[in-house]
Design a protein around this ligand. Structure first.
Ligand SMILES: *[C@@H]1O[C@H](CO)[C@@H](O)[C@H](O)[C@H]1NC(C)=O
Ligand SMILES: *[C@@H]1O[C@H](CO)[C@@H](O)[C@H](O)[C@H]1NC(C)=O
Ligand SMILES: *[C@@H]1O[C@H](CO)[C@@H](O)[C@H](O)[C@H]1NC(C)=O
Ligand SMILES: *[C@@H]1O[C@H](CO)[C@@H](O)[C@H](O)[C@H]1NC(C)=O
Ligand SMILES: *[C@@H]1O[C@H](CO)[C@@H](O)[C@H](O)[C@H]1NC(C)=O
Ligand SMILES: *[C@@H]1O[C@H](CO)[C@@H](O)[C@H](O)[C@H]1NC(C)=O
Ligand SMILES: *[C@@H]1O[C@H](CO)[C@@H](O)[C@H](O)[C@H]1NC(C)=O
Ligand SMILES: *[C@@H]1O[C@H](CO)[C@@H](O)[C@H](O)[C@H]1NC(C)=O
Ligand SMILES: *[C@@H]1O[C@H](CO)[C@@H](O)[C@H](O)[C@H]1NC(C)=O
Length: 669
């Protein structure tokens, strides 16, 4: 049974009938007396409770039941059934960002085409104009959905009752969960002029985050008209340029105003047009423009004042507002939605895809396994990181599968308590201190930039020979200067006979460590020399296993954002190649959200990277190389590694990047 029910009534064509319906429903509405505080329990998190008891439910708490009126009848949420996720969105037309979210065709299309089947959306409005607002939003969505995927309309519910009148627990979450950072709160432009009694305050939408990084000064500046801004203008030096949309691209306007030494650019939309997400296109994006820009609606009194030669000043401000979004996952737990870097419903889709991944992971974790807990919500910080000694299950060598069940959460319940930046986390294992295997890397992850939901299952079965004694010490750490993470790690030993039909599954019995990475400069490949090795009997299969990530940034953005290739040449003939071809692509890491990459992080988590993504495990690269080797007898084989940028040795002119690598040959019998 679905936890989300939507009672259908005849759909309502006009605002008047919606108002009428609203009156009926308000009187009939069941008040949801049960709050999440009473009904909910800590779900996934067992971190300390909120510092403000009574302030309402926190992320991770179970969502309580509620019913709200909708344009089509009513919408009920009931906890318990574990099937679909729900995104709750509270619109306000006082936000330029939300106006654009609901007007941009690209944004609306992404909701229509990309909202996962397992997700529903409840749309609310924060304002007195709720009825008009939701009718307008439904109209926007209908227009786009009619052209492609009508089915989605049944999963988006519009509530005409304003948030402040809901009377259930939802307003508490919207008002008290932090609404901080990009595109949250109300970004505004403030016009003043000697002729006016009051300032004119309007909503603004700043240009796309990664196009124009410059911030508005909070100081008051002169505002000077410059027509359509397509040509440089001598009069805007030191002032904010007031230019109309149209006649040339946003890029051309901003560039010509920057050339004219304007201190900023305010583009106004032509009457009747919505605010747009100002961005560069194609090669334009390679031209740095060091000037802030924003879009506002045409303001008649401003235009008139400028025309009549009155002085007009402009300043910029941000006013806090309730949160715009939160969600409920498949397990019924409340969740934050992270940062929306630009006005697009893709951020809904990514959050919902991640909920789907997370629900799938919960299922996988229910499959039978011998579980060894290494870290149970342990604080990982500093040089030492997190360290634990554990005893392996008896006869652990009889299992053929070893998976790492790892998660990284934050010291508090909210994402604001999470560590910044995307740092490498490595897990090292040492069982026999005298063994060459001691302190070998068993797993690698990258932290999610200020989001505490990451949870991953990584198959490291080929490295089972590293466990060469039944007591092992595990060390998990990131850079010592990083803010703390709360880590959990379980080893899952299991038997998985499905891969080799009827044949007894081969087991790894030995690993041979090959190469590690280093500074990605012109000497990178000179450090490596061929390794000669016999294949030890009774080997039946040999596998190449490598964990490689690129970091840092030279003038070609190597190794994080450049396409590098990694080669293991066996017996001078077999060129085993791994290319990080999505590195630097604008949406490379969004493709991996369905595989567990944490979405809607702070920072530029969306870009593809050199072998990794923010908030994801680093997947081992595995190649069966048995056929490339002389297996019989004691004949020698060779292997050599090299790493290339653009098909040749790296040759950076400035501060080089670096490669972190663990690589092995794994012998199976
Ligand atoms: C939202 O605001 C803009 C201007 O600020 C206005 O043109 C538009 O009609 C408003 N939309 C709704 C649904 O009220
Ligand atoms: C803002 O004004 C103050 C005081 O006039 C000045 O010190 C400061 O440099 C100005 N800041 C910017 C970014 O222009
Ligand atoms: C208007 O801006 C100018 C230039 O930044 C500044 O000198 C002036 O004080 C401002 N006037 C008002 C009324 O804010
Ligand atoms: C756009 O260009 C046309 C033709 O040059 C001009 O008449 C019009 O005023 C321009 N638009 C604006 C808003 O400046
Ligand atoms: C902008 O400033 C630079 C350096 O001060 C000056 O050389 C240039 O002429 C100015 N451009 C305009 C259009 O005022
Ligand atoms: C896996 O295969 C081995 C050898 O064929 C067999 O003894 C064992 O029972 C199998 N385990 C499972 C779970 O099927
Ligand atoms: C080992 O294998 C390679 C590739 O299959 C082959 O070219 C080479 O001749 C073999 N060496 C010996 C000594 O058999
Ligand atoms: C990549 O290689 C091509 C051809 O060898 C060369 O033209 C190009 O400049 C190189 N690109 C970079 C970024 O080095
Ligand atoms: C291996 O392949 C890469 C690209 O696919 C190529 O640049 C390199 O020269 C090859 N190396 C050898 C030794 O074949």
């Amino acid at each position: 049974m679905s936890p989300l029910r939507s009672g259908k009534m005849d759909s309502l064509p006009s605002e008047a009938s919606a108002l009428f319906l609203l009156l009926l429903i308000v009187t009939a509405q069941e008040a949801s007396g049960r709050t999440a505080q009473e009904g909910g329990s800590h779900h996934r998190h067992r971190n300390p409770p909120s510092p403000q008891p009574g302030a309402g439910p926190e992320p991770g708490d179970l969502a309580a039941a509620f019913t709200v009126p909708t344009l089509d009848g009513k919408f009920s949420y009931e906890p318990g059934a574990l099937k679909e996720s729900l995104i709750i969105h509270a619109f306000t037309n006082k936000s330029g960002f939300l106006e654009c979210l609901w007007s941009s065709e690209v944004s609306l299309s992404s909701l229509v085409e990309g909202l996962p089947d397992s997700s529903q959306v409840l749309v609310l409005s924060q304002d007195d104009s709720a009825v008009t607002d939701v009718l307008w939003m439904r109209e926007q969505l209908h227009r786009v959905a009619m052209r492609s995927r009508k089915e989605v309309l049944a999963r988006v519910h519009f509530c005409p009752l304003p948030v402040f009148a809901l009377g259930n627990w939802i307003p508490g979450v919207l008002y008290f969960w932090g609404c901080v950072g990009r595109n949250c709160g109300l970004s505004q432009a403030v016009f003043t002029s000697d002729g006016w009694k009051m300032p004119i305050v309007v909503k603004r939408l700043d240009a796309r985050y990664d196009w124009l990084m410059e911030r508005w000064s909070s100081n008051s500046s002169r505002l000077v008209g410059a027509g359509d801004g397509c040509e440089p203008s001598a009069s805007v030096g030191g002032a904010v340029a007031w230019v109309s949309e149209g006649n040339c691209s946003f890029f051309t306007k901003v560039q010509s105003m920057a050339k004219s030494n304007a201190s900023g650019v305010l583009v106004y939309s032509l009457p009747g047009n919505p605010l747009q997400d100002m961005n560069c296109v194609g090669d334009e994006c390679n031209v740095p423009l060091r000037i802030p820009a924003a879009m506002v609606h045409m303001e008649v009194s401003v235009a008139q004042a400028l025309q009549s030669g009155q002085k007009v000043n402009i300043s910029f401000q941000a006013t806090p507002s309730p949160n715009f979004f939160f969600s409920i996952d498949q397990q019924g737990a409340l969740a934050e939605m992270g940062w929306f870097l630009y006005p697009s419903f893709s951020f809904f889709n990514w959050q919902a895809q991640w909920f789907e991944f997370s629900a799938g992971l919960q299922l996988k974790l229910q499959s039978p396994a011998e579980v060894v807990c290494v870290f149970d919500e342990v604080r990982m910080q500093g040089d030492r990181g997190a360290v634990a000694a554990v005893t392996l299950p008896s006869e652990w060598w009889n299992f053929d599968t070893l998976e790492l069940d790892a998660s990284l959460s934050c010291p508090g319940r909210r994402d604001t308590s999470c560590a910044q930046w995307d740092h490498t986390v490595q897990l090292f294992v040492c069982c026999d201190p005298l063994s060459p295997y001691c302190d070998t890397e068993l797993g690698r992850w990258i932290t999610a930039f200020r989001r505490g939901t990451g949870h991953w299952l990584t198959d490291v079965s080929p490295l089972m020979p590293l466990l060469d004694r039944n007591k092992c010490t595990f060390t998990m750490k990131t850079v010592p200067w990083a803010m703390p993470w709360i880590v959990s790690l379980k080893l899952r030993f299991s038997v998985n006979n499905q891969t080799d039909y009827g044949v007894e599954k081969l087991r790894p019995f030995r690993v041979m460590s090959l190469y590690s990475g280093g500074t990605f400069d012109k000497n990178y490949n000179k450090r490596y020399s061929p390794v000669k090795f016999p294949v030890p009997p009774p080997t039946k299969k040999v596998e190449l296993y490598a964990v490689i990530t690129g970091h840092g940034s030279d003038e070609n953005s190597c190794g994080e954002f450049c396409v590098t290739s990694h080669h293991f040449l066996i017996n001078s003939v077999f060129n085993n190649t791994h290319v990080f071809d999505s590195a630097g692509s604008p949406l490379g890491c969004t493709m991996l959200v369905k595989d567990g990459a944490v979405p809607n992080e702070h920072g530029t988590w969306l870009y593809g990277r050199g072998g990794w993504c923010d908030g994801l495990q680093v997947n081992p690269w595995r190649v069966d190389v048995t056929k490339q080797l002389n297996v019989s007898g004691f004949e020698s084989n060779t292997v050599i590694y090299f790493g290339l940028f653009n098909g040749s040795d790296p040759n950076p002119a400035q501060e080089p990047g670096y490669i972190i690598m663990s690589s092995f040959l794994v012998f199976y019998k």
